[in-house]
Ligand binder design. Sequence first.
Ligand code: F0G
Length: 443
Amino acid sequence: MRTYRTKVAEPVDLPDREQRKAYLEQADYNVFNLDSDAVFIDLLTDSGTGAMSSEQWGALLRGDEAYAGSRGFDALKEAVSQIMGFGNVVPVHQGRGGEHLLYGALLEPGDIVLNNTHFDTTRAHIAAQGATAIDCPVVPLEQLSADRPFKGDFAVETARAHIDRVGVSRIGCIILTITNNSAAGQPVSLENIDAVADLAAEVDVPFVIDACRFAENAYFNAPDGAGELKDIARSQFDRADAIVMSGKKDGLANIGGFVAVRDDELFEEIRQRCILYEGFPSYGGLAGRDLEAMAVGLTEAVDPAYLAHRVTQVSELVERLDDLGVPVIRPAGGHAAFVDAGMIYSHLSAATFPGQALVCALYREGGIRAVELGSLAFPGTDRPELVRLALPRRMYHREHIDHVVQTFDRVLEVAEDEVGFEITDAPGQPELRHFSARLQPRD
Ligand code: F0G
């Protein structure tokens, strides 16, 4: 059994309910506008928000800040080679920096890209190349409660139908996102990884793995949580042509990422793009110390004791919410609980943002910050009104989980009083409106 002891204490105070109501109003009912000091438990994301280990903090001091050829780059290369089996590595400042470098090199305008489910930044980077992203999830979002293992899988037959329709020559690459963040963090099976590799080989296009949460995905593929976890983690990449990685998730770092590829020509092109957009390819927009921290983090992420603690904490949250009667997607994925706010607030229409009603209620009743992934974040789509509570890695303990569950209890009690929200102002692109929209409660 694994636990963590606190070495650096950071006090966090719960503002009282009146203060929380005032902060919400000042934030225009958008929790992205809250100061983090006003947040008691921050479940906005699991990206870059975890606690680094003492080994990682030690590695930061080892950091070599040379512009070229730093030791941290060697450490990262070695870790990626050991853990993922790739030798050609280009560091980047975070995952989307890697998407920019990789998809800019791989895609042409008019290309089609298939993925189990594209994460928002992936979709946006594909669109920025003039290409089109198509999701091929094995279970549609509205059926994610279905009783089926590996609900993050890629639907190979759906992909085949798209390929037949548009023609092989238009397929730019095939991506597999493990775990499938946009499908409630559900895992992808090793068999499915193999089937997608077969498809990519058949179509003769690069097979890319978005590896943000590769270690969590490996854990779901190791039924006994056994010692071969490292082998399972590595085997996921055996047939991949490229990896794009946000080190802010299973790199256990606060910042960083990388691209790794097999093909030497593609590697050179990505290195050149790195010089232009991120920095010299031995640091890729990071401080040398960040490379060291990510190298250590990757190694810790495939430690079976760490993964058992991590995945168990998430599933404990999900099961306790389920016991309380909260409509939550089960079984738990790897990094977050996904709650269907549309079922809690059946009296609120999609136009009045039930997901945002839940996000605001969680803050008002318990100082908890979550994120809406329903009608506010995805305008014009017919998706369930999901709210994500993502657990930062190694950050919170059972007393925090207790507080989340107690807060939900209170939120359910007052559910009928919620009136929903209307948008008063939504600057910027419609797809990004949830980051900066201003809202107010309906009359
Ligand atoms: N791919 C996936 C599957 C992701 O979940 C993310 C980030 C990215 C790519 C981009 O990585 O943030 O380092 O640039 N997901 C975060 C989240 C932001 O909250 O789920 P990044």
